[in-house]
Design a binder for this molecule. Structure first.
Ligand code: ZN
Length: 404
Protein backbone atom coordinates (compact mmCIF):
# COMPACT_ATOMS: atom_id res chain seq x y z
CA UNK A 1 0.00 0.00 0.00
CA UNK A 2 2.79 2.36 0.99
CA UNK A 3 4.60 1.61 -2.33
CA UNK A 4 1.48 2.52 -4.33
CA UNK A 5 1.05 5.72 -2.33
CA UNK A 6 4.66 6.81 -3.01
CA UNK A 7 4.30 6.05 -6.69
CA UNK A 8 1.17 8.23 -6.93
CA UNK A 9 2.96 11.09 -5.13
CA UNK A 10 5.88 10.80 -7.54
CA UNK A 11 3.57 10.87 -10.58
CA UNK A 12 1.71 13.94 -9.32
CA UNK A 13 5.01 15.70 -8.59
CA UNK A 14 6.31 14.85 -12.05
CA UNK A 15 3.13 16.19 -13.65
CA UNK A 16 3.35 19.52 -11.84
CA UNK A 17 7.08 19.81 -12.49
CA UNK A 18 6.63 19.32 -16.24
CA UNK A 19 3.48 21.41 -16.67
CA UNK A 20 4.04 24.25 -14.23
CA UNK A 21 7.75 25.03 -14.52
CA UNK A 22 8.26 27.74 -17.17
CA UNK A 23 10.20 26.33 -20.12
CA UNK A 24 13.61 27.85 -20.52
CA UNK A 25 14.34 29.09 -24.05
CA UNK A 26 17.82 27.96 -25.05
CA UNK A 27 19.58 29.33 -28.14
CA UNK A 28 22.84 27.65 -29.10
CA UNK A 29 25.05 26.64 -32.03
CA UNK A 30 24.85 22.87 -31.50
CA UNK A 31 23.81 21.92 -35.02
CA UNK A 32 25.79 21.26 -38.23
CA UNK A 33 27.93 24.30 -39.15
CA UNK A 34 26.45 26.20 -36.21
CA UNK A 35 27.34 29.85 -35.69
CA UNK A 36 25.67 32.23 -33.25
CA UNK A 37 26.45 34.49 -30.31
CA UNK A 38 23.47 34.59 -27.96
CA UNK A 39 23.31 37.96 -26.20
CA UNK A 40 20.11 38.09 -24.16
CA UNK A 41 16.39 37.47 -24.18
CA UNK A 42 14.00 40.16 -22.98
CA UNK A 43 10.34 39.14 -22.87
CA UNK A 44 9.72 37.68 -26.34
CA UNK A 45 12.71 39.24 -28.07
CA UNK A 46 15.96 37.34 -28.53
CA UNK A 47 19.12 39.32 -29.28
CA UNK A 48 21.86 37.52 -31.18
CA UNK A 49 24.62 38.16 -33.69
CA UNK A 50 26.67 36.11 -36.07
CA UNK A 51 30.22 35.27 -35.03
CA UNK A 52 32.80 36.62 -37.47
CA UNK A 53 35.48 34.19 -36.22
CA UNK A 54 38.45 36.00 -37.64
CA UNK A 55 36.86 37.69 -40.64
CA UNK A 56 38.00 41.27 -40.95
CA UNK A 57 34.68 42.61 -42.24
CA UNK A 58 31.09 41.97 -41.26
CA UNK A 59 29.52 39.02 -43.05
CA UNK A 60 26.15 37.39 -42.66
CA UNK A 61 26.42 33.64 -42.09
CA UNK A 62 24.80 32.18 -38.98
CA UNK A 63 23.01 29.00 -37.88
CA UNK A 64 21.41 28.25 -34.52
CA UNK A 65 18.90 26.02 -32.81
CA UNK A 66 16.24 26.92 -30.29
CA UNK A 67 14.89 24.60 -27.62
CA UNK A 68 12.19 25.14 -25.03
CA UNK A 69 10.16 27.63 -27.07
CA UNK A 70 7.13 25.44 -27.78
CA UNK A 71 4.06 27.57 -28.41
CA UNK A 72 5.94 30.86 -28.08
CA UNK A 73 6.11 33.66 -30.61
CA UNK A 74 9.61 35.09 -30.54
CA UNK A 75 11.29 37.89 -32.42
CA UNK A 76 14.99 37.47 -33.19
CA UNK A 77 17.13 40.56 -33.59
CA UNK A 78 20.60 40.48 -35.17
CA UNK A 79 22.38 43.33 -33.44
CA UNK A 80 25.63 43.71 -35.39
CA UNK A 81 24.97 43.71 -39.13
CA UNK A 82 22.41 42.47 -41.63
CA UNK A 83 21.86 38.75 -41.61
CA UNK A 84 18.65 37.88 -43.47
CA UNK A 85 17.65 37.70 -47.12
CA UNK A 86 14.26 38.79 -48.46
CA UNK A 87 12.79 35.35 -47.77
CA UNK A 88 13.85 35.31 -44.14
CA UNK A 89 15.68 32.40 -42.51
CA UNK A 90 15.47 28.72 -43.40
CA UNK A 91 13.60 26.79 -40.70
CA UNK A 92 13.76 23.07 -39.99
CA UNK A 93 11.41 21.27 -37.60
CA UNK A 94 12.95 17.85 -38.27
CA UNK A 95 16.61 18.43 -37.47
CA UNK A 96 17.73 19.17 -40.99
CA UNK A 97 15.71 16.70 -43.04
CA UNK A 98 13.73 19.54 -44.62
CA UNK A 99 13.76 23.34 -44.64
CA UNK A 100 11.32 26.08 -45.45
CA UNK A 101 11.76 29.81 -45.94
CA UNK A 102 10.02 31.90 -43.33
CA UNK A 103 8.97 34.82 -45.50
CA UNK A 104 5.30 34.46 -44.66
CA UNK A 105 6.01 35.66 -41.13
CA UNK A 106 7.82 38.71 -42.47
CA UNK A 107 11.42 39.59 -41.90
CA UNK A 108 13.83 42.46 -42.36
CA UNK A 109 17.60 42.33 -42.95
CA UNK A 110 18.03 42.36 -39.15
CA UNK A 111 14.97 40.68 -37.63
CA UNK A 112 12.50 37.86 -38.01
CA UNK A 113 9.61 36.57 -35.94
CA UNK A 114 8.61 32.95 -35.57
CA UNK A 115 5.71 31.21 -33.89
CA UNK A 116 6.95 27.89 -32.55
CA UNK A 117 4.52 25.01 -32.95
CA UNK A 118 3.28 23.59 -29.64
CA UNK A 119 5.21 20.35 -30.15
CA UNK A 120 8.42 21.85 -31.57
CA UNK A 121 10.97 20.97 -28.90
CA UNK A 122 13.93 21.82 -31.15
CA UNK A 123 13.92 24.12 -34.16
CA UNK A 124 16.87 24.82 -36.45
CA UNK A 125 17.36 28.18 -38.16
CA UNK A 126 19.86 28.87 -40.93
CA UNK A 127 20.82 31.95 -42.88
CA UNK A 128 20.80 29.80 -46.04
CA UNK A 129 20.26 26.22 -47.16
CA UNK A 130 23.09 24.30 -45.50
CA UNK A 131 25.22 21.78 -47.38
CA UNK A 132 27.50 19.61 -45.25
CA UNK A 133 30.15 16.97 -46.06
CA UNK A 134 27.66 14.36 -44.81
CA UNK A 135 25.23 15.50 -47.49
CA UNK A 136 27.91 15.12 -50.16
CA UNK A 137 28.68 11.59 -48.91
CA UNK A 138 24.99 10.72 -48.84
CA UNK A 139 24.63 12.01 -52.40
CA UNK A 140 27.49 9.81 -53.63
CA UNK A 141 26.26 6.73 -51.75
CA UNK A 142 22.88 6.88 -53.51
CA UNK A 143 24.26 7.15 -57.05
CA UNK A 144 24.64 4.56 -59.75
CA UNK A 145 28.04 3.95 -61.29
CA UNK A 146 29.91 3.82 -58.01
CA UNK A 147 32.59 1.74 -59.66
CA UNK A 148 33.30 4.51 -62.12
CA UNK A 149 34.70 7.04 -59.67
CA UNK A 150 37.19 7.20 -56.87
CA UNK A 151 37.10 9.30 -53.74
CA UNK A 152 40.05 10.26 -51.64
CA UNK A 153 41.78 12.97 -49.67
CA UNK A 154 43.20 16.07 -51.32
CA UNK A 155 45.09 17.10 -48.18
CA UNK A 156 44.73 17.56 -44.44
CA UNK A 157 43.38 20.84 -43.10
CA UNK A 158 45.10 22.85 -40.40
CA UNK A 159 42.71 21.22 -37.94
CA UNK A 160 43.56 17.76 -39.21
CA UNK A 161 40.41 17.09 -41.23
CA UNK A 162 40.47 15.33 -44.58
CA UNK A 163 39.61 17.52 -47.56
CA UNK A 164 37.52 15.27 -49.81
CA UNK A 165 38.34 14.70 -53.44
CA UNK A 166 36.43 12.93 -56.24
CA UNK A 167 37.60 11.79 -59.66
CA UNK A 168 35.94 10.00 -62.51
CA UNK A 169 38.11 8.96 -65.43
CA UNK A 170 36.98 7.68 -68.81
CA UNK A 171 37.23 3.92 -69.08
CA UNK A 172 37.49 3.07 -72.72
CA UNK A 173 39.00 6.13 -74.34
CA UNK A 174 41.12 9.18 -73.77
CA UNK A 175 38.91 11.94 -72.42
CA UNK A 176 37.97 14.63 -74.88
CA UNK A 177 38.11 17.14 -72.06
CA UNK A 178 39.21 17.25 -68.44
CA UNK A 179 36.94 19.22 -66.14
CA UNK A 180 37.56 20.38 -62.56
CA UNK A 181 34.83 21.83 -60.34
CA UNK A 182 35.11 23.18 -56.81
CA UNK A 183 32.99 24.82 -54.15
CA UNK A 184 33.40 26.45 -50.76
CA UNK A 185 36.49 28.53 -51.43
CA UNK A 186 34.23 30.71 -49.28
CA UNK A 187 32.99 28.16 -46.79
CA UNK A 188 29.70 29.80 -45.82
CA UNK A 189 28.48 29.88 -49.42
CA UNK A 190 26.68 26.61 -48.94
CA UNK A 191 23.76 26.85 -51.42
CA UNK A 192 26.16 26.94 -54.38
CA UNK A 193 27.10 23.37 -53.43
CA UNK A 194 23.72 22.18 -54.69
CA UNK A 195 24.60 23.45 -58.18
CA UNK A 196 27.91 21.61 -58.00
CA UNK A 197 26.09 18.46 -56.85
CA UNK A 198 23.60 18.69 -59.71
CA UNK A 199 26.46 19.01 -62.18
CA UNK A 200 28.19 15.93 -60.76
CA UNK A 201 24.87 14.03 -60.70
CA UNK A 202 24.73 14.22 -64.50
CA UNK A 203 27.92 12.11 -64.62
CA UNK A 204 26.45 9.46 -62.33
CA UNK A 205 23.03 8.89 -63.79
CA UNK A 206 21.62 6.23 -66.09
CA UNK A 207 20.86 8.40 -69.09
CA UNK A 208 22.25 9.14 -72.52
CA UNK A 209 23.83 12.28 -71.10
CA UNK A 210 25.42 10.37 -68.22
CA UNK A 211 26.80 7.69 -70.54
CA UNK A 212 28.20 10.33 -72.90
CA UNK A 213 29.88 12.25 -70.07
CA UNK A 214 31.45 9.09 -68.63
CA UNK A 215 32.77 8.22 -72.06
CA UNK A 216 34.17 11.64 -72.95
CA UNK A 217 34.99 13.67 -69.85
CA UNK A 218 37.39 13.24 -66.97
CA UNK A 219 35.83 14.91 -63.94
CA UNK A 220 37.63 16.04 -60.80
CA UNK A 221 35.71 17.56 -57.87
CA UNK A 222 36.85 19.31 -54.70
CA UNK A 223 33.53 19.98 -52.99
CA UNK A 224 34.81 21.69 -49.83
CA UNK A 225 37.98 23.70 -50.38
CA UNK A 226 37.74 25.42 -46.96
CA UNK A 227 36.71 22.20 -45.24
CA UNK A 228 37.36 23.41 -41.70
CA UNK A 229 35.21 26.47 -42.20
CA UNK A 230 32.42 24.46 -43.86
CA UNK A 231 32.27 22.04 -40.92
CA UNK A 232 32.72 24.62 -38.18
CA UNK A 233 30.29 27.18 -39.61
CA UNK A 234 32.78 30.00 -40.21
CA UNK A 235 32.13 32.99 -42.45
CA UNK A 236 35.24 32.23 -44.52
CA UNK A 237 34.73 35.39 -46.56
CA UNK A 238 37.28 38.07 -45.58
CA UNK A 239 39.08 35.61 -43.35
CA UNK A 240 42.26 37.18 -41.95
CA UNK A 241 44.83 37.80 -43.28
CA UNK A 242 42.96 36.92 -46.48
CA UNK A 243 40.42 34.27 -47.37
CA UNK A 244 40.91 31.06 -49.34
CA UNK A 245 39.86 32.68 -52.59
CA UNK A 246 42.54 35.34 -52.24
CA UNK A 247 45.26 32.88 -51.27
CA UNK A 248 46.57 32.01 -54.73
CA UNK A 249 49.43 34.45 -54.32
CA UNK A 250 50.72 33.36 -50.92
CA UNK A 251 49.28 29.84 -50.41
CA UNK A 252 48.94 30.15 -46.64
CA UNK A 253 46.32 27.41 -46.48
CA UNK A 254 47.18 23.76 -47.18
CA UNK A 255 43.96 23.40 -49.18
CA UNK A 256 44.84 26.04 -51.78
CA UNK A 257 48.39 24.74 -52.22
CA UNK A 258 47.04 21.21 -52.70
CA UNK A 259 44.37 22.50 -55.08
CA UNK A 260 46.97 24.29 -57.20
CA UNK A 261 49.06 21.10 -57.35
CA UNK A 262 45.97 19.15 -58.35
CA UNK A 263 45.26 21.58 -61.17
CA UNK A 264 48.84 21.45 -62.41
CA UNK A 265 48.75 17.66 -62.43
CA UNK A 266 45.27 17.42 -63.98
CA UNK A 267 45.73 20.08 -66.70
CA UNK A 268 42.01 20.59 -67.26
CA UNK A 269 40.38 22.42 -70.14
CA UNK A 270 37.40 23.50 -68.03
CA UNK A 271 37.37 24.85 -64.48
CA UNK A 272 34.27 26.04 -62.62
CA UNK A 273 34.18 27.40 -59.07
CA UNK A 274 30.79 27.80 -57.36
CA UNK A 275 29.93 30.72 -55.07
CA UNK A 276 27.07 32.71 -53.59
CA UNK A 277 27.09 36.51 -53.79
CA UNK A 278 26.22 39.02 -51.10
CA UNK A 279 22.99 38.38 -49.27
CA UNK A 280 20.77 41.34 -49.70
CA UNK A 281 19.96 43.42 -52.75
CA UNK A 282 23.45 43.52 -54.16
CA UNK A 283 23.82 41.66 -57.43
CA UNK A 284 22.05 38.88 -55.60
CA UNK A 285 18.84 38.49 -57.54
CA UNK A 286 20.05 36.51 -60.53
CA UNK A 287 22.64 33.88 -61.37
CA UNK A 288 25.72 35.36 -62.95
CA UNK A 289 29.35 34.88 -63.80
CA UNK A 290 31.70 37.78 -63.16
CA UNK A 291 33.86 37.76 -66.29
CA UNK A 292 37.58 38.27 -65.95
CA UNK A 293 39.79 40.56 -67.97
CA UNK A 294 40.92 37.42 -69.79
CA UNK A 295 37.41 36.09 -70.55
CA UNK A 296 37.22 35.59 -74.29
CA UNK A 297 34.57 34.57 -76.77
CA UNK A 298 34.73 30.95 -75.57
CA UNK A 299 33.41 32.04 -72.17
CA UNK A 300 30.64 34.08 -73.74
CA UNK A 301 29.67 31.15 -75.93
CA UNK A 302 29.62 28.82 -72.92
CA UNK A 303 27.33 31.26 -71.11
CA UNK A 304 24.95 31.23 -74.06
CA UNK A 305 24.98 27.42 -74.05
CA UNK A 306 24.17 27.36 -70.33
CA UNK A 307 21.26 29.71 -70.96
CA UNK A 308 20.03 27.51 -73.81
CA UNK A 309 20.34 24.19 -71.97
CA UNK A 310 19.41 25.36 -68.48
CA UNK A 311 17.09 23.39 -66.25
CA UNK A 312 15.44 24.23 -62.96
CA UNK A 313 13.38 27.37 -63.56
CA UNK A 314 16.00 29.82 -62.25
CA UNK A 315 15.88 31.94 -65.41
CA UNK A 316 19.61 32.26 -66.02
CA UNK A 317 20.36 34.92 -68.62
CA UNK A 318 23.83 35.21 -70.10
CA UNK A 319 23.22 38.95 -70.34
CA UNK A 320 23.17 39.08 -66.51
CA UNK A 321 26.86 38.14 -66.38
CA UNK A 322 29.03 40.90 -65.00
CA UNK A 323 31.64 42.30 -67.39
CA UNK A 324 35.08 42.88 -65.97
CA UNK A 325 35.49 46.44 -64.70
CA UNK A 326 31.89 46.74 -63.47
CA UNK A 327 30.65 47.00 -59.86
CA UNK A 328 32.96 45.06 -57.48
CA UNK A 329 34.48 43.11 -60.38
CA UNK A 330 37.64 45.19 -60.68
CA UNK A 331 41.32 44.85 -59.94
CA UNK A 332 40.73 46.51 -56.55
CA UNK A 333 38.79 43.45 -55.44
CA UNK A 334 41.95 41.35 -55.62
CA UNK A 335 44.46 43.44 -53.67
CA UNK A 336 44.41 40.74 -50.95
CA UNK A 337 45.80 38.24 -53.44
CA UNK A 338 44.98 36.27 -56.55
CA UNK A 339 41.79 34.20 -56.60
CA UNK A 340 41.60 30.69 -57.93
CA UNK A 341 40.31 31.50 -61.42
CA UNK A 342 43.03 34.12 -61.85
CA UNK A 343 45.68 31.61 -60.81
CA UNK A 344 44.29 28.88 -63.07
CA UNK A 345 44.20 31.23 -66.05
CA UNK A 346 47.80 32.30 -65.44
CA UNK A 347 49.23 28.86 -64.77
CA UNK A 348 47.24 26.14 -66.52
CA UNK A 349 48.07 26.37 -70.19
CA UNK A 350 45.43 23.84 -71.26
CA UNK A 351 42.56 25.89 -69.85
CA UNK A 352 39.75 26.99 -72.18
CA UNK A 353 36.92 27.83 -69.79
CA UNK A 354 37.71 29.24 -66.35
CA UNK A 355 34.90 30.79 -64.38
CA UNK A 356 33.04 31.50 -61.20
CA UNK A 357 29.29 31.17 -60.76
CA UNK A 358 27.40 33.33 -58.29
CA UNK A 359 24.16 31.67 -57.19
CA UNK A 360 21.69 33.98 -55.44
CA UNK A 361 20.44 33.09 -51.99
CA UNK A 362 16.72 33.74 -52.37
CA UNK A 363 15.58 34.89 -55.79
CA UNK A 364 16.85 34.38 -59.33
CA UNK A 365 15.13 36.81 -61.68
CA UNK A 366 12.04 36.55 -59.51
CA UNK A 367 12.13 32.76 -59.15
CA UNK A 368 12.48 31.40 -55.63
CA UNK A 369 15.73 29.48 -55.17
CA UNK A 370 15.44 25.96 -53.74
CA UNK A 371 17.96 23.10 -53.55
CA UNK A 372 16.21 21.04 -56.22
CA UNK A 373 16.19 23.98 -58.61
CA UNK A 374 19.87 24.57 -57.95
CA UNK A 375 20.61 20.90 -58.59
CA UNK A 376 18.73 21.11 -61.87
CA UNK A 377 20.64 24.22 -62.85
CA UNK A 378 23.88 22.31 -62.24
CA UNK A 379 22.54 19.44 -64.33
CA UNK A 380 21.85 21.90 -67.14
CA UNK A 381 25.47 23.09 -66.99
CA UNK A 382 26.48 19.49 -67.73
CA UNK A 383 24.23 19.54 -70.82
CA UNK A 384 25.85 22.80 -71.89
CA UNK A 385 29.28 21.22 -71.36
CA UNK A 386 28.37 18.40 -73.76
CA UNK A 387 27.20 20.94 -76.35
CA UNK A 388 30.44 22.89 -75.91
CA UNK A 389 32.59 19.79 -76.38
CA UNK A 390 30.58 18.88 -79.45
CA UNK A 391 31.39 22.28 -80.89
CA UNK A 392 28.06 24.13 -80.73
CA UNK A 393 28.60 27.84 -81.31
CA UNK A 394 25.96 30.38 -80.35
CA UNK A 395 28.28 33.35 -79.88
CA UNK A 396 31.16 34.13 -82.20
CA UNK A 397 32.21 37.53 -80.92
CA UNK A 398 32.17 39.28 -77.56
CA UNK A 399 29.20 41.61 -77.21
CA UNK A 400 30.12 45.27 -76.89
CA UNK A 401 29.35 46.52 -73.38
CA UNK A 402 29.03 50.25 -72.71
CA UNK A 403 31.96 51.60 -70.65
CA UNK A 404 31.20 52.24 -66.95
ZN1 ZN B 1 32.49 33.49 -52.77
Amino acid sequence: MRTIYLAVVALVAAFFTSSCTPKQVVVDDQLPAGNIVFERIINDTVYVHQSLRGSKKAWFYWAFRVRGAQGKRLTFVFTKSFALCERGPLVSLDKGKSYEYLAEEGSTPHTFTYTFPDDAKEVWFYECHPYTPQMWEAFLSKRSHKGDFETGVLCKTRKGRDVPFFRMTTKNSLPKKSVVVSARHHCSEAPASYVMEGFVAAFLEDSQLGAWLRENVELTVVPFVDMDGAVDGDQGKWRLPHDHNRDYTEFLYPETAAFASLMAETEPQVFMDFHNPKLYKYNDNYIYTPYKAFSGVTEYNFSALIEKYQEGDLDYRASDNMPYGVSWNKAGNYTDGLNVTGWVHNNIKSIEICRTFEIPFAYANGKLVYPDKMRKFGHGIARALKAYIEGEELVTEIPVVPAQ
